[in-house]
Design a protein around this ligand. Structure first.
Ligand SMILES: [Fe+2]
Ligand SMILES: [Fe+2]
Length: 356
């Protein structure tokens, strides 16, 4: 058990942050009893892309290689690592094998989340050979963790629509392709989730990892989960629920009932914000402020990594954006929702209790 205080921890990892050019998420779960604190790392959306033979897209490779290397250097050591989905770009064996080889360098136990880019070529068959079940849960130091496969869709779209598996994969891989189909968790997993949570006390902090947001943000880009309302209803009775998701490659946060939503960064590239799309029918949750772009010509622009602190069971993310201003999105108990401490309430910057 580490005796490191949070301040020491952040000091140490702050040094690493200065060295870092990579989007990995560093997570600290802080409880009143400091002996229960622990950390884990979160890496997401690597999009390893095969060109031909042994050639892969260099930039995406480098994002994942650096994330893995820096995770291995973290002090104190994370107790596990989560990979948040979209390991591959088009779901091929070459991409998944290459990604798995890069991830195999991690010195920690790893938990994996399914992304749509991993799934729609063979419907998750090869991914499952590498990583096992697509939804599962575990308990760690008083927190209940859940992984869901949130990128399933209607059977008709999956099985009847496309002449080949490769075509199906391509149709789901586009950001704004109208031939795509809304993501969903599905009834089978929702029933499993209900049964899984029936064993969990209402005051136990819950952290759910999904690939797509378990909320409806913008359907045109599939920043959307069709049965999000039903999943939220299952999570709503618990006091402190946190949903951490990838897929959107940008900072987002929101609060719905007792559920805090926070996104993590990609190691590959940033997506633009839906508001920048002139025909957007839906927008980000009201309190989400777009991230500041560092330099669109820099290969690591608008990628980054973050600490997630779950003091009192609510997450607070500190985004360390390469070559850019850090951002902190923390749960504000006064307003009952996540807020960006730098951009929404500058006064909090000088409060040492809030600004690390
Ligand atoms: Fe992605
Ligand atoms: Fe995705």
């Amino acid at each position: 058990m580490s005796k490191t205080t949070r301040r020491d921890f952040l000091k140490t990892t702050g040094t690493l942050a200065a060295m870092s050019t990579l989007p990995l998420s560093m997570v600290e779960l802080a409880f009143a009893d400091a002996s229960r604190n622990f950390t884990f790392a979160y890496i997401s959306d690597a999009h390893i892309q095969h060109i031909s033979g042994t050639k892969f897209v260099r930039n995406w490779d480098r994002g994942l290689i650096r994330a893995v290397a820096e995770t291995n250097l973290l002090v104190p050591k994370p107790e596990f690592v989560v990979f948040g989905g979209d390991l591959a770009q088009l779901g091929t064996k070459e991409e998944l094998d290459h990604g798995a080889e890069l991830l195999s360098k991690l010195n920690y136990k790893m938990y994996c989340v399914m992304g749509e880019h991993d799934y729609y070529l063979d419907l998750g068959e090869y991914w499952s050979k590498l990583y096992g079940p697509q939804h599962y849960s575990w308990d760690h130091r008083g927190v209940h963790f859940v992984v869901l496969n949130s990128i399933l869709t209607y059977d008709d779209w999956t099985f009847n629509r496309w002449p080949s598996a490769a075509q199906r994969m391509l149709e789901m891989a586009g950001l704004d392709n109208p031939n795509g189909s809304p993501f969903m968790v599905g009834e089978k997993q929702r029933e499993w989730l209900k049964a899984d949570l029936a064993k969990v006390q209402k005051d136990t902090p819950i952290v759910v990892f999904s690939h797509s947001p378990l909320q409806k943000i913008y359907k045109g880009w599939n920043f959307w989960t069709e049965d999000a309302d039903e999943v939220q209803a299952i999570l709503e009775p618990y006091d402190r629920v946190n949903v951490v998701y990838g897929h959107v490659h940008q900072i987002q946060y929101n609060q719905i009932a007792n559920i805090s939503f926070n996104s993590v960064m990609a190691t590959a590239w940033p997506w633009p914000y839906p508001q920048s799309y002139a025909q957007a029918e839906h927008a980000l949750p009201k309190l989400t402020i777009p991230m500041n772009r560092a330099d669109p010509f820099h290969e690591r622009d608008a990628t980054g990594w973050q600490f997630i602190d779950v003091n009192t069971g609510r997450v607070a993310l500190r985004y360390n954006l390469y070559n850019n201003t850090s951002r902190t999105v923390a749960f504000n108990p006064k307003t009952g929702r996540p807020e960006d401490s730098l951009f929404q309430d500058p006064a909090r910057m000088i409060d040492p209790q809030v600004h690390y």
